[in-house]
Write a new protein. Structure first.
Length: 258
């Protein structure tokens, strides 16, 4: 598979790396487990969050995923998290308070704000690394083998397959508008965009009906016929133990020490 094809599918780094070659189930369990452990940790568990960040950095280095890729993809989500959590230092009280112009912030609010941003960063980077090292079909197959609800997995698979079809349809419709001289310059010119969205919805619904009829005619039962997968290897189990086991053990130790 060419580099351009891999990049269009979201794969980054070295496809021949040890992380890319791991079983998708191991990457899903390890990275999801690390994200859940970090997200449910106490607000001031900085050693645990630092441990999670170090593990993610190790995975990124082993997979040779460039820092610019992580940064560019994280910018899609993290600014929204920071904006949503920006009010926490002002509404959460506890500890010493500091003047910030006409407003006052508390140490407890700053701690909660910092923890929220750190947890969001850990969760975001975990998802980015999973997407950068695992193809969507492999991730869906891993969910099936992990006994995820078959209907939800089927919906996710069909959505992934046809989102590119809809993107192509949008591109053709925009080209048709441009060929007819449509040059929106202000909000009063948004009527054409609304009509485009309506036409896209109707076309997507009609296409979905045709696809459903065609799949039903071919005996589609909702679960693809796939051969039984191989058992997890030692490298896969070691990955899960490192990504989920180490943070879990550290969290238990921190709670016992407290």
């Amino acid at each position: 598979m060419s580099a351009a094809t891999l990049e269009s599918a979201g794969i980054a780094g070295d496809p021949a790396s040890a992380v890319h070659r791991l079983d998708a189930r191991a990457k899903l369990l390890g990275l999801a487990g690390l994200a859940v452990i970090a997200a449910t940790s106490p607000p001031a568990a900085w050693p645990l969050l630092a441990c999670c960040a170090a593990l993610l950095a190790t995975v990124a280095a082993a997979a040779r995923v460039p820092a610019r890729v992580l940064w560019s993809r994280a910018l899609v989500i993290l600014p929204l998290v920071v904006l949503a959590a920006a009010s926490l230092p002002f509404v959460r009280h506890g500890g010493a308070e500091h003047a910030l112009g006409p407003l006052r912030v508390s140490d407890a609010g700053l701690t909660v704000f910092g923890a929220a941003v750190a947890k969001a960063a850990v969760g975001t980077l975990s998802a980015i690394l999973l997407a950068a090292t695992t193809s969507v079909p492999a991730a869906l197959e891993a969910l099936r083998r992990l006994r995820a609800p078959a209907l939800l997995v089927a919906i996710a698979g069909v959505t992934w397959r046809y989102v590119f079809v809809l993107a192509g349809e949008v591109g053709r419709m925009r080209t048709a508008l441009a060929a007819r001289g449509h040059r929106p310059r202000h909000l009063l010119h948004g009527a054409a965009t609304g009509r485009l969205a309506t036409a896209l919805f109707l076309r997507a619904h009609a296409r979905g009906e045709r696809v459903h009829v065609a799949m039903a005619a071919r005996g589609w039962s909702g679960v693809p016929a796939t051969p039984a997968g191989a058992a997890l290897r030692r490298a896969d189990l070691a990955f899960v133990a490192a990504l989920a086991g180490v943070p879990l053990a550290l969290r238990v130790l921190l709670e016992l020490a407290a």
